[in-house]
Design a protein around this ligand. Structure first.
Ligand SMILES: CC(C)(COP(=O)(O)OP(=O)(O)OC[C@H]1O[C@@H](n2cnc3c(N)ncnc32)[C@H](O)[C@@H]1OP(=O)(O)O)[C@@H](O)C(=O)NCCC(=O)NCCS
Length: 188
């Protein structure tokens, strides 16, 4: 378990798959990610099995949130999404990450930014990465804003690298270096 203030990461379980199928068939959720076909339970079971063969540091983690507004007990943690590092290059100490908050009740409440901050902290302080990067569609201002708040900056605009709703869109490559992460810590 990787523990933050309002979010924490745990390993995903086979029993989580129906939630993933639900999220990955929600057009509002998939608008910002590279999923453009209906996902079945069988698809997701296959994905889950393949994911378990990945190196441990590249496995998908479940994001759980403490929903302080739910009126439930203080220990009420709820699965709201997933995140993971991919393409870790140990020679370059570089990795890409992806994040998805599938439970839309948790959008725009700072949970995504907090999860990105926690993932980045894990990446720099535990995995000893030096560069963390991500790809985001130019049409996803919520994600771009969350990444900026967490300390990422635009590095490259990949022109017309995605095609959605009948038009090409640019894909932004954003990154953060360890020295930038450390300077944020010093500023706080
Ligand atoms: C992208 C995602 C991780 C962001 O998480 P989140 O918890 O919703 O984001 P946060 O609340 O931390 O921050 C969102 C910010 O975007 C702002 N925002 C939301 N909609 C916006 C819009 N249309 N234009 C500009 N800013 C917008 C919010 O106001 C907030 O900024 P603020 O705190 O300065 O007010 C989450 O929404 C998600 O997973 N979406 C679906 C999948 C996805 O798109 N994944 C990312 C793929 S790159």
């Amino acid at each position: 378990m990787i523990i933050g203030e309002r979010v924490r990461f745990r390993g995903v379980e086979r029993s989580d798959i129906p939630r993933f199928v639900e999220w990955l068939n929600d057009p509002e959720v998939t608008e910002g990610i590279m999923v453009h076909y209906p996902i079945s339970q069988a698809d997701e079971e296959g994905w889950f099995d393949r994911m378990l063969t990945h190196p441990v540091d590249e496995r998908v983690m479940g994001i759980e949130a403490m929903d302080i507004t739910s009126g439930a007990s203080a220990e009420a943690w709820k699965l709201i999404g997933t995140c993971s590092f991919q393409r870790i290059d140990w020679r370059l100490q570089s990795a890409e990450f992806g994040i998805l908050i599938g439970d839309k009740n948790f959008w725009n409440r700072g949970y995504g930014t907090e999860a990105v901050r926690l993932l980045v902290q894990h990446g720099f302080n535990t995995l000893n990465l030096n560069r963390i990067f991500l790809h985001v569609f130019e049409t996803n201002p919520r994600a771009i804003r969350a990444y900026e708040k967490a300390g990422f900056t635009l590095e490259v605009r990949e022109r017309q690298a995605e095609f959605k709703h009948g038009r090409y869109i640019d894909v932004l490559l954003m990154s953060m270096l360890k020295k930038e992460f450390l300077s944020i810590g010093e500023a706080q």
